[in-house]
Ligand binder design. Structure first.
Ligand code: FE
Length: 347
């Protein structure tokens, strides 16, 4: 056998080289679907020498894949774009809690999963996005849409465009509203939205904004970064959209605008856990946080970062009041919300 002829020192060296090569790899399963993120990954590899292999899928697809792969899964880091899905990954035991002084110091407590007795957290939110209301500036008064509650008010009959109720972004918004309003009011509100729809739910958030601009509807719901993308675009068709569309950060006078997160976790069966933690810590670094704000129009979660993104400045006037519930609540409320959607016929 060839092995026997390798001198001991060389065999050790070989083992070292192989181990070293393995150490320099990080396997990421990512639901972040933003082309500007390439810079985020490239910069990590440049500063650490760790090569990233990435599998892109949506939140549900990633969780299903992790489950199916079990202990054989090569995934080290999981990136998801919805708090309820992160919560689901946590309760299904797909993540391993991480203890990191740096993450403890930088990530606010309400943007983390359930902390273990020894202070480790199963996941962390690294950026936030507001779920905002857009409206046709000619057809709608801002005052008539400055709360989520008004989306279900009879005065807005026939005006609403919104993507599927079962999409994670909406399930999380509705789960947050359930937390704020209670079951009865939330179900009546969902029914009100069904009554107010200009058309059946279809398409993504950007399609809803376009629906308002095209006059198909007068009010819509979108994540803030989709709107910011249009606001920052030089294309004439996007400029035409912004001529017609206004934005409202709902519930500024009450519990604040619903804010969801994009977040990350270390996979339960990570083969490169040290690199995985290094990557999560990198996501909390000023350069990555700046990337979230300026590259993908999200809000950073770390304090003290100056945001120079003109679209974020323009849509908020500098700052806004966001809700302060522990974000994992939206996960816990999801089954109830889905049952309500089924009862009121919100597709
Ligand atoms: Fe998205």
């Amino acid at each position: 056998m060839l092995k026997k002829h390798i001198p001991v020192a060389c065999a050790i060296l070989l083992a070292c080289t192989v181990a070293q090569a393995q150490d320099q790899i990080l396997n990421i399963y990512s639901a972040r679907h933003y082309p500007t993120d390439e810079a985020l990954y490239t910069n990590f590899t440049k500063t650490t020498g760790i090569k990233i292999n990435r599998v892109d899928a949506d939140d549900a697809g990633i969780l299903a894949r992790l489950k199916a792969e079990g202990s054989a899964s090569p995934a080290d880091v999981i990136l998801l774009v919805d708090a309820a899905r992160l919560w689901k990954g946590e309760v299904e035991g797909l993540f391993q809690p991480v203890k990191s002084q740096l993450l403890d110091n930088t990530i606010p407590g309400q943007l983390r999963g359930k902390v273990t007795a020894d202070g480790a957290s199963p996941w962390f939110g690294f950026s936030t996005r507001a779920r905002v209301i857009v409206y046709n500036k000619v057809k709608v008064q801002k005052d008539d849409v400055d709360t989520y509650e008004e989306l279900g008010d009879p005065k807005n009959r026939g005006k609403l465009c919104i993507r599927s109720g079962s999409h994670p972004y909406n399930l999380s918004l509705f789960g947050a509203v359930l937390e704020h309003l209670g079951e009865q009011k939330t179900e009546a509100w969902l029914k009100g939205m069904v009554d107010n729809m200009a058309r059946g739910p279809k398409g993504g958030d950007t399609d809803q904004i376009k629906g308002v601009a095209a006059g198909e509807c007068a009010i819509a719901v979108t994540n803030s970064y989709y709107l910011a993308r249009i606001m920052r675009s030089d294309k004439p068709e996007d400029k035409a959209i912004m001529d017609r569309v206004g934005v409202v950060f709902p519930n500024q006078a009450s519990w604040g605008t619903h804010v969801n997160i994009a977040g990350g976790a270390v996979a339960r069966n990570a083969k490169n856990p040290a690199n995985a933690i290094k990557f999560l810590e990198y996501l909390a670094s000023p350069s990555a946080q700046d990337h979230f704000a300026n590259g993908n129009n999200e809000w950073p979660v770390t304090k003290g970062l100056k945001i120079s993104n003109p679209a974020l400045q323009a849509m908020t006037g500098g700052s806004f009041k966001s809700e302060t519930i522990p974000i994992s609540v939206v996960g816990m409320n999801q089954v109830k919300v889905q049952q309500m959607l089924d009862r009121v016929g919100f597709k």
